[in-house]
Design a protein around this ligand. Structure first.
Ligand code: ATR
Length: 306
């Protein structure tokens, strides 16, 4: 992958076929990361702009690993209105923001930047995207549910507060390195009390008897086809097993859950719904994620999809 930067102007958007609705000046947004060429965000936001009639263009921006901040500043100073931030820059975006939403502060990471009046507003829509995908697209309510969260890295931390906001009965956080799960239990203890949720966690021994309603894999294990340690008895016929990863094929975690009788879903819907929430943060208009999710699912299932 070359280390050149994708220009973010209108000409570049036209060149890459990512420009969107309307004539005249359009507000500029982009997704910044490394690597970034295969990001689905430009397509998703182009569809949202078509749906809502918002006059925006949205491109992708490759930043060298040691030059995230100058790239953000250059985009901002050239009139850009906001950025999505992806791997590996979410922590740097958190540090760069001059103002944080409560959910970004709790996550310790930022995936959405909005530039306004000299301020860099940092938000995190990942957890909202997960909750919306599970509750709306997969019709599985969190309220009163028993939830098992596998993993205690950045991806897990980002979703805890939005999940607690839906008042589950129990949230168990389990991680290979038990102390990291215990740290999250401490960090979110107050929020859990306020939500009336029993929050526990640690190593695999912290998994409670009986089946869970929702089991979420937030470990990086799916990247190398590793299955996180979970008791088979945690999965039942009414369990939704959700992997934050996605790909053309079901992940090993999804396949394992299905052999135990559970329903399984990947994280493609989370990707779309976090984007919809970012769009709302920027534009104050909420697009409909469902048709875009359907389109992406078709693209992913096509024989040429990687
Ligand atoms: P991310 O930001 O994607 O969450 P991270 O902060 O590096 O990345 O966290 C990776 C998570 O995946 C951690 O919970 C990690 O467990 P440890 O804290 O014990 O390292 C988990 N993980 C990675 N590979 C795993 C594997 N093969 N089995 C189980 N858990 C794994």
């Amino acid at each position: 992958m070359s280390q050149t930067t994708q220009p973010a102007g209108q000409a570049a958007a036209q060149a890459t076929g990512e420009s969107v609705v309307g004539a005249g000046p359009r507000d500029r947004y982009a997704v910044i990361g490394n690597p970034i060429a295969h990001s689905k965000s430009p397509l998703i936001h182009a569809r949202f702009a078509e749906q809502t009639g918002e006059a925006i263009e949205y491109t992708h921006l490759l930043a060298p690993l040691d030059a995230f901040v100058p790239h953000v500043r250059a985009f901002m100073e050239s009139g850009g209105r906001g950025l999505n931030v992806t791997v590996p820059f979410k922590l740097e975006a958190h540090a760069l923001a001059t103002k944080l939403s409560p959910r970004a502060a709790a996550a310790g990471a930022v995936n959405t930047l909005r530039f306004e009046a000299g301020e860099i507003y940092g938000d995190n829509t990942d957890g909202f995207g997960l909750v919306r995908d599970i509750e709306v697209n997969l019709a599985t309510p969190f309220k009163g549910a028993r939830i098992l969260l596998l993993g205690a890295g950045g991806a897990a931390r980002g979703v805890v507060l939005p999940m607690l906001g839906r008042a589950p009965h129990t949230l168990t956080i389990v991680n290979r390195t038990a102390e990291k799960a215990s740290e999250l239990v401490d960090q979110f203890g107050e929020a859990a009390r306020e939500a009336g949720c029993r929050l526990t966690g640690g190593g695999a021994a912290a998994i409670e008897p009986g089946t869970y309603d929702v089991i979420i894999n937030a470990t990086a294990g799916s990247l190398d086809a590793a299955l996180p340690e979970v008791e088979d008895s945690a999965f039942g016929n009414s369990t939704l097993a959700y992997d934050m990863m996605y790909g053309a094929q079901p992940t090993v975690f999804m396949q394992h859950a299905q052999t135990l009788g559970a329903r399984a879903a990947d994280g493609l819907g989370m990707l779309v719904e976090q984007a919809a929430e970012s769009f709302y943060v920027w534009r104050g208009v909420r697009p409909n994620g469902a048709p875009v999710l359907e389109e992406l699912r078709r693209i992913l299932a096509a024989p040429s999809a990687t």
